[in-house]
Design a protein around this ligand. Structure first.
Ligand code: KIV
Length: 265
């Protein structure tokens, strides 16, 4: 996959993006042939045990990005710039974006609209492709006052559209639209010539992204309306561990097949 191919997919073929934070997951995603692997800062909620993406650091992102690259050597990987690794200082932001590229990403994702255009242009100038992210942007959770659907009021719709056009004009190759109404996601998608990738943004985006843990049911207490669980992996793993525990307690594991014997193999 390349930026050029992703751009050409608009109006032709839906784009599939899934998150990964480790090598085994990345291996599954590469085997399944997803179009883009996202090393999201949802790493915080899904793997590191934080209650939001806000505590995630650039160093944590890099460790997990490196693991994903090792697991998916041939995939197109986008990595999130985490909270406070960009925005307050342009040079620092561009350097941090560059560190993600040096550590295996093909592109970086930055939350926010027109206010990021200067950073995005500088990134593009030195060869760092950027994906935008609008709507509910989890790093601004404290500004939104909770996980709320965006783009409902006329002023919010206008701002979303203006931001999307500003991002397109400054050169992002696609935009994630998160938790916005289907109506505004459709309008934005139709007005842009770059692809939109939705999560909780309805049916008309050019692609869809979901979190791996939600797809495979690894976090059964978390069932947002916009997501879909395709497997009950939590139950499968729990069952495996319970069976192992039971077999050790009742001394049926290890059995003869699992032991090394003198003179044997
Ligand atoms: O970090 C993440 O998983 C994301 C998706 C919600 C798009 O940014």
């Amino acid at each position: 996959m390349t930026i050029q191919k992703i751009l050409k997919m608009k109006n032709k073929e839906k784009i599939v993006m899934v998150t990964a934070y480790d090598a085994p997951t990345a291996k599954i995603l590469e085997k399944a042939g997803v179009d883009i692997i996202l090393v999201g800062d949802s790493l915080g909620n899904n793997v590191l045990g934080y209650d939001s993406t806000i505590p995630v650091t650039l160093e944590e992102m890099i460790i997990h990005l490196q693991a994903v690259r090792r697991g998916a050597p041939n995939s197109f990987i986008v990595a999130d710039l985490p909270f406070l690794s960009y925005g307050y200082n342009i040079e620092e932001s561009v350097k941090n974006a560059g560190l993600l590229i040096k550590n295996g990403a093909n592109a970086v994702k930055i939350e926010g609209g027109a206010q990021n255009c200067e950073i995005i242009k500088k990134c593009l100038n030195i060869g760092i492709p950027v994906m935008g992210h609008l709507g509910f942007t989890p790093q601004s959770l404290n500004m939104f006052g909770g996980y709320k659907v965006q783009g409902k009021e006329e002023s919010a719709k206008k701002k979303l559209l203006d931001d999307a056009l500003a991002l397109e004009n400054c050169g992002v190759f696609s935009i994630v639209l998160e938790m916005v109404t289907e109506t505004i996601a459709k309008e934005v998608t139709e007005k842009l010539s770059i692809p939109t990738i939705g999560i909780g943004a309805g049916r008309y985006c050019d692609g869809q992204v979901l979190v791996f843990h939600d797809i495979v049911g690894l976090n059964p207490e978390f069932k947002p309306k916009f997501s879909k669980t395709y497997a009950n992996t939590f139950e499968i793993m729990l069952n495996a561990i319970e069976r192992f525990k039971a077999e050790v307690k009742e001394k049926t594991f290890p059995s003869k097949e699992n032991v090394f014997e003198e003179g044997g193999k």
